[in-house]
Design a protein around this ligand. Structure first.
Ligand code: ADP
Ligand code: MG
Length: 502
């Protein structure tokens, strides 16, 4: 049967049309042109032309499995899809001039792919002016261990951005604590390399959103195509890759790889401290990128001047751009973030629960997320709805830490104020009914809100012994179970005391 590339691709498009929405279809598939169809060995190759390598990356990332299934359906199990990418610009480094380069798609295999991309063997080159097919089998022995060991133009196409798509500006909550860093980051994402924020360095303690923010720059740049080649690495990964490059005599490849990046994002550069060789190679990469107006984005857990073992010349480079800090979130931001995270996870949270968590978990975003997860897990485990009581239970140990500032005397004061009696009465020998009850309630809260032992609490109540305190706690709990009115009183008091324990 005589098949043309056009007919085969049209048959593919028919399947694709049924599987993606109209907009995606128009954006990603309509611009693709069928080029050739050939049989080689046991493969039937359909080659299509893509407008840019961005298309290639996008298709591979989002439509790989759809394309694989479609090709198999139309061409049978021997079917393979190859991409040809139009090179728009002259690339002085590669010696290429406006023609095209061929890229095979991922191999349509059903078994898990081997650790490197085996089908990167050369597709038929017809229009490429380089004319030299590139056999990567020798030179890419262990992607990802040596992801930079890829020669020529294909290396550019190959850069794995390593970005986590969840870290976006949309999901990043802005507050006073991170406003400057966020707006600088957004400006950079819109015009990488061309603002005066180059390099851009975000610093601050753990869990304050540094990784999220610097990755948001990358994700934005990728989505809006403001930078083509993007790479996010931790400083540890960068160091490891460098060490491997030394071991395998590939330092040049390593450097060349990184010099090709348009937007280089390195996380947690405090790990560069004391690593002289890594700093040196980074210094040269930095200079090359900066000179070529490529954007460099960095993060550190403290201001660079406080990182031991960072070379002076590198430090002076950091001064060229902008350093912005991120601070622990204020109450408002904590509330906003909890609301957003709950919404994202589809969890309904009452305002009092949100405020309760926000009041007690203050250190950073990660702990806020952790608290929320713990709450959800607790609710699921006990099959209960999420309310204030459950939150208090689930987060008890987190909250204890912030209670230590409250003294027994302060609790006595608050409780007595509530019951309208003089505080020294709870410390006296009086056995009047309402005093006894106030005393028991105060003991119960001392147990809950302080770290004092039963014995110590007893001593603060006119030298009573620990069994009296146990009895008091028990009585309060029993009465709460049987008397809803009493329970309300206790909850109101608890709220009052917790406000003072911040
Ligand atoms: P860091 O790198 O500073 O240690 P991360 O970026 O890893 O902190 O943040 C920890 C967690 O908190 C991540 O899940 C991140 O998405 C979230 N997070 C941090 N800051 C914000 C923010 N401003 N808005 C939304 N989520 C945030
Ligand atoms: Mg981080």
């Amino acid at each position: 049967m005589e098949r043309t590339p056009e007919a085969v691709w049209e048959a593919c498009l028919e399947i694709i049309r049924d599987n993606v929405n109209r907009r995606s279809y128009k954006t990603w598939f309509e611009p693709i042109k069928p080029v050739s169809l050939s049989e080689e060995g046991d493969q039937i190759k359909l080659t299509v032309e893509l407008p840019s390598r961005f298309y290639y990356e996008w298709l591979e990332e989002h439509y790989y499995s759809l394309l694989r299934k479609t090709i198999t359906k139309v061409l049978g199990p021997k079917g393979r899809l190859f991409y040809k990418i139009v090179i728009e610009k002259e690339d002085p480094e590669s010696g290429f001039e406006g023609t095209s380069v061929n890229m095979p798609a991922h191999p349509p295999e059903t078994t898990p792919p081997p650790p490197r991309r085996p089908s990167l063997s050369p597709p038929p080159t017809t229009s490429s002016s380089s004319g030299t097919p590139v056999d990567l089998t020798e030179q890419a022995p262990s992607v990802p261990a040596n992801p930079f060991a890829i020669p020529g133009i294909i290396r550019k196409i190959q850069v794995d951005s390593q970005l986590d798509p969840r870290y976006t500006f949309e999901r990043f909550i802005e507050g006073d604590c991170n406003r400057l860093a966020r707006s600088a980051a957004l400006a950079i994402a819109q015009q990488p390399g061309t603002t005066s924020f180059n390099p851009f360095l975000v610093y601050g303690g753990v869990g304050l959103g540094k990784t999220h923010l610097i990755q948001a720059i990358g994700n934005y740049a990728r989505q809006h195509r403001t930078a083509e080649t993007i790479r996010y690495v931790s400083s540890e990964q960068f160091t490891n890759e460098f060490v491997q490059a030394i071991q395998h005599n590939r330092i040049n490849e390593f450097s060349t790889f990184y010099r090709h990046i348009d937007l280089l994002i390195i996380d947690d550069i405090q790990f560069f401290g004391g690593k002289e060789k890594t700093q040196e190679v980074f210094f040269h990469i930095f200079n090359a990128l900066h000179q070529a107006n490529k954007q460099i984005v960095l993060s550190a857990d403290r201001p660079p001047k406080d990182i031991p073992g960072i070379e002076e010349r590198l430090m002076s480079r950091f001064q060229w751009g902008l350093m912005a800090d991120v601070q622990p979130p204020d109450l408002e931001t904590r509330i906003a973030i909890l609301r957003r995270k709950a919404e994202d996870e589809g969890i309904a949270l009452d305002d009092d629960v949100v405020e309760f968590i926000a009041q007690h978990v203050k250190s950073n975003f990660r702990e806020l997320e952790g608290a929320l997860l713990r709450l959800v897990a607790h609710a699921a485990y006990h099959r209960r709805d999420i309310d204030l009581e459950l939150a208090r239970e689930a987060l008890r140990d987190l909250i204890k830490e912030s209670r230590v500032t409250l003294t027994i005397e302060q609790i006595q004061q608050l409780v007595c104020e509530y019951f309208g009696i003089a505080p020294d009465l709870v410390r006296s020998k009086t056995r009047k009914r309402e005093i006894v009850q106030a005393r028991q309630v105060a003991m119960y809260f001392c147990k809950q809100f302080t770290q004092h032992s039963l014995k110590s609490i007893g001593l603060h109540f006119g030298g009573r012994d620990h069994s009296t305190v146990i009895h008091a706690c028990q009585s309060v709990e029993n009465l709460m179970e049987t008397d809803p009115r009493f329970r309300e009183i206790i909850e109101a008091l608890r709220h009052k005391i917790s406000l003072h324990s911040r």
